[in-house]
Design a protein around this ligand. Structure first.
Ligand SMILES: Cc1cc2nc3c(=O)[nH]c(=O)nc-3n(C[C@H](O)[C@H](O)[C@H](O)COP(=O)(O)OP(=O)(O)OC[C@H]3O[C@@H](n4cnc5c(N)ncnc54)[C@H](O)[C@@H]3O)c2cc1C
Length: 299
């Protein structure tokens, strides 16, 4: 989409979250189409691939990228709060997240390339609900909640329940994603981000794994996973996650991990890869993570 095409869309920039919610509510009530625009790295690209059917019935574009309530990253009392309009560049540069949630900062460094990181936001990543959403995978591993706002107030949805199907979420039409929140893993928690793609930059993954684990005396006490590009939505690998809480991680076998991974994912053949390759890599990544975990735990 070139700038002249973009200029055809009616455009507003609400000054506050309350104003945004009022506009969303009024337009949803009148069944008028509205689009929230943050970095535009998904929405503008998609308009190029799928231009509007009726140029006389364009949605109102509401720019949320500068809304104060959606900006910023804060850490207090072991809770990290990241505004929906925080960019990947802001996330990867955050000193506390780098130390305490390296799975997230490593993910942010891997999104697109620095130009996309400077524009793309976490809220846009979650709302787009792409099966290949890297931000969603890392936040799932961290057990994050998504906070949504409307004129009726805020509600909180665990990210593991946020995606309802291919590119579909629990966000209602009159709601905006305001922020995500998660409890920081404790210092020394084992965290990995592995993205397998065709090249280092500007590559959508063939498979990506985010994993966070805490182990006490050989027993798993925190276990979170997120995997991208292996199902219609980003998945939290519930069966693998349960194995991560085993009373003795040393007793979890590669065969069990392989079976659990196969149970939790449903990859397909597409432009980027094949289902068979994805199954193989997903299982290898999970087994590799547990191997590292057992070594770190000394078992
Ligand atoms: C070259 C290129 C490389 C890319 N590489 C990657 C990659 O490696 N990994 C990856 O995960 N993604 C990648 N992407 C996709 C994209 O950059 C990300 O998904 C990004 O996070 C989208 O954020 P945005 O702010 O640009 O969203 P936008 O395009 O502004 O919005 C996307 C969608 O989210 C909605 N939305 C935005 N903010 C909110 C909000 N606060 N509340 C509710 N809805 C909202 C919009 O209405 C729209 O439907 C890439 C894109 C490009 C063009």
């Amino acid at each position: 989409m070139n700038p002249a095409e973009l200029a055809l869309y009616p455009f507003e920039r609400p000054g506050t979250l309350a104003e945004l919610c009022r506009t969303l509510s009024a337009r949803a009530g009148r069944k008028e189409k509205t689009v929230l625009l943050a970095g535009g790295t998904d929405w503008i690209v998609e308009r190029r691939l799928a231009p509007p059917e009726d140029p006389n019935d364009l949605p109102l574009v509401l720019d949320v990228s500068r809304l104060p309530e959606l900006r910023g990253i804060a850490v207090a009392k072991e809770i990290a709060t990241i505004g929906a309009a925080a960019t990947f560049l802001e996330i990867r540069s955050h000193p506390v997240l780098s130390r305490r949630a390296p799975v997230l900062t490593a993910m942010a460094r891997d999104v697109g390339a620095v130009q996309i990181q400077a524009r793309g936001t976490l809220g846009g990543n979650l709302a787009s609900a792409s099966p290949a959403a890297d931000g969603a995978a890392a936040l799932m591993a961290l057990d994050a909640d998504v906070v949504l706002a409307s004129i009726h107030g805020e509600r909180r949805v665990p990210l593991t329940q946020f995606f309802t199907g291919y590119r579909a979420t629990r966000r209602a039409e009159d709601e905006a994603i305001v922020r995500v929140e998660f409890t920081l893993p404790r210092t020394g928690a084992h965290q990995v981000w592995r993205k397998v793609g065709s090249r280092t930059a500007q590559a959508i993954s063939k498979v990506a794994l985010a994993a966070v684990a805490e182990v006490e005396r050989g027993r798993g006490v925190r276990s979170g996973f997120g995997m991208a590009s292996v199902a219609p939505v980003t998945v939290s690998l519930p069966t693998v996650r349960a194995l991560g809480l085993a009373p003795s991680l040393a007793s979890v076998s590669d065969e069990e991990l392989d079976a659990a991974t196969r149970r939790d994912i449903s990859p397909i053949d597409d432009l980027r890869s094949t289902a068979a390759y994805r199954l193989h890599v997903a299982s290898a990544l999970v087994k590799g993570f547990f191997r590292e975990l057992r070594t770190a735990a000394g078992s």
